[in-house]
Design a protein around this ligand. Structure first.
Ligand code: G3P
Length: 218
């Protein structure tokens, strides 16, 4: 399973990339707003730090302008994945960009039917938002299970399921159990994945005992 980080904070990305566990990055207009920096500069910088796919989202709602935005974003670096919304214009743009060899991440997916359309439109990634479904009392993970079942019926689909709107480590574990290709995870959740109280306590006890032996390995 690939791990992407869901942030436009370059310092966070540098720090997490050093772990060697980062396969890509996703951004969106809200994350760019939070970063408080010009989008094009931020995307270029991120692309130079992380060699994997870096999602940069279009903001137009009509096909013509969205395509122009997508082409401009795709030119920033080879590893840009252009993000488009799951609308008729978004999917039309997805098809056109995919035909030009650009990776497209179709975002704001909330149903299996939408995911089916994105695969037909040649998306490199489909982004179902699990946390936002949980927030309204629906089961986000059930959607991932449905999409995985559907995509497995059609082995020629090349679209990867990118679990988005992840809120905690159980979302990541459940997504992995279902065989989802990618989870995009906020930095704090990515750090949560390393954590277990018994690991911390166990390490402390081992090191305390080791100190009592007076030995050193090196
Ligand atoms: O980038 C898309 C997605 O991960 C957004 O998550 O937390 O705003 O629902 P959230």
């Amino acid at each position: 399973m690939k791990f992407f980080v869901d942030t436009a904070d370059v310092a966070e990305i540098k720090d997490l990339a050093a772990s060697g566990l980062l396969d890509g990055v996703t951004t969106n207009p809200s994350l760019i707003m939070k970063a408080g920096r010009p989008m094009l500069d931020v995307i270029k910088e991120i692309c130079a730090i992380v060699p994997g796919p870096v999602s940069a989202e279009t903001v137009a709602t009509d096909h013509k302008t969205m395509l122009a935005e997508g082409r401009k974003l795709a030119k920033l670096a080879k590893n840009v994945a252009v993000k488009v919304p799951l609308t008729p214009d978004g999917l039309k743009t997805c098809k056109a960009l995919a035909a030009e060899g650009t990776m497209v991440n179709v975002t704001l997916c909330f149903s299996a039917a939408q995911a089916l359309l994105a695969a037909k439109a040649g998306a490199a990634f489909i982004s179902p938002f699990v946390g936002r479904l949980d927030d309204i009392g629906q089961d986000g993970m059930h959607l991932i299970a449905e999409i995985m079942t559907i995509y497995r019926q059609y082995p020629h689909f090349e679209t990867e399921v990118l679990v988005a709107s992840v809120r905690h480590s159980m979302h990541v574990v459940q997504a992995a159990k279902l065989g989802a290709h990618v989870a995009t995870v906020p930095p704090n959740v990515l750090r949560q994945l390393f954590k277990h109280a018994l690991t911390d306590n166990g390490l402390k006890a081992f090191l305390d005992d080791w100190a009592k032996t007076g030995q050193s390995i090196l």
